[in-house]
Design a protein around this ligand. Structure first.
Ligand code: SF4
Ligand code: SF4
Length: 314
């Protein structure tokens, strides 16, 4: 099994457009939307959800009913201002304290200092993940709750599930839409992948963010190739990007020209491959062929050494 991670360094470079187009060109792939902080692949692929699970990450404090003596110690010590004196009364006090679960960081200080042992921890539900069907095959994706954290952990979970679905359905490629930036979800997307495809825009910020994520990818031991989107809008920066990529050992394997058909396809909730045979669609077809050639030269991925989930039918 191979795993291709399409990554960008910054948002808005056309990464998701490329992933959706690849999904329509792939014969036997599982698509995973690992851009969990700003997931939008579903807007084009229109998944039909087959399985839905809660994603829990970390824990939040909760004051047990009937145990609090309203001493105020937890409010005094909480550095996140997560404890309020407006909890329900009990047999001991007419009014007690409560924890605001949005503000609580789960640090555990209140638990350690409550003499009454009135505080407990419960797993925090941070979002949901899904296994879905699309017109191009299975898709694994997620919805993270507002202000929810642990997106790196969620990406790892999505990759595990995608690996399991690929194995069950005998699909030999996981096509992963990675996150922008270089933070936890990016590292979780890249670790152990077969190949990273950087989709870069020819701007100063695009160049800066590409260099950061390319160096990170090299540190993780993942080989990378690059394509410049809207390459014709700035030939000079495009050439400079390709030279910088070459210095980092990243082969430049594609140039996608600016094409209004891309936006028209997005509005119609289609891939550009489905909606057009124009210059962008043709360039993406060529890019897909070259990406497959690069993938063929890579050994099968252990998908980051992730432990497979227990076998389960979807
Ligand atoms: S420290 Fe314990 S007993 Fe005191 S207010 Fe907080 S929960 Fe109640
Ligand atoms: S666990 Fe930490 S952040 Fe949460 S209420 Fe207790 S002291 Fe505050």
């Amino acid at each position: 099994m191979k795993e291709l991670v399409v990554i960008s360094g910054k948002g808005g470079t056309g990464k998701t457009t490329v992933v959706a187009s690849f999904a329509s060109l792939a014969e036997k792939a599982v698509v995973a939307d690992c851009d969990v902080d700003a997931a939008d692949l579903h807007l084009i692929l229109s998944p039909r959800i087959l399985r839905r699970e809660n994603f829990t990450g970390g824990a939040k404090a909760r004051i047990k009913p009937g145990h609090c003596t309203a001493c105020g110690k937890c409010e005094e010590l909480c550095r996140f201002d997560a404890v309020y004196f407006d909890g329900p009364g009990n047999g001991k006090q007419p009014k007690t304290f409560r924890v605001d679960t949005v503000a609580c960081e789960g640090c555990g200080v209140c638990f350690d200092y409550c003499a009454e042992k009135a505080i407990e921890f419960e797993p925090a539900v941070c979002g949901q993940w899904f296994v879905s069907a699309t017109r191009f095959g299975p898709m694994v994706h997620a919805r993270l709750g507002l202000a929810a954290e642990n997106s790196g952990k969620l990406v790892t979970q999505l990759r595990r599930v995608a690996q399991q679905v690929a194995s069950q359905e005998k699909r030999d490629l996981i096509l992963c839409d990675g996150s922008p930036g270089i933070g936890c979800p990016v590292i979780a997307s890249l670790s152990g992948a077969s190949l990273a495809l950087f989709v870069v825009e020819p701007t100063a910020s695009g160049r800066h963010d590409f260099l950061r994520v390319a160096r990170l990818t090299a540190q993780l031991g993942v080989p990378g190739v690059m394509a410049v989107n809207k390459a014709d809008l700035n030939e000079e920066v495009t050439k400079s990007l390709e030279e910088s990529a070459s210095e980092l050992g990243v082969a430049a394997i594609g140039r996608i020209p600016y094409d209004p058909a891309v936006t028209r396809a997005q509005i119609a909730r289609k891939t550009v491959i489905e909606a057009s045979d124009g210059p962008a669609a043709q360039a993406i077809r060529v890019l897909w062929t070259k990406t497959l050639e690069c993938l063929d030269r890579r050994p099968s991925s252990a998908v980051g050494g992730l432990v497979p989930l227990a076998v389960r039918n979807f």
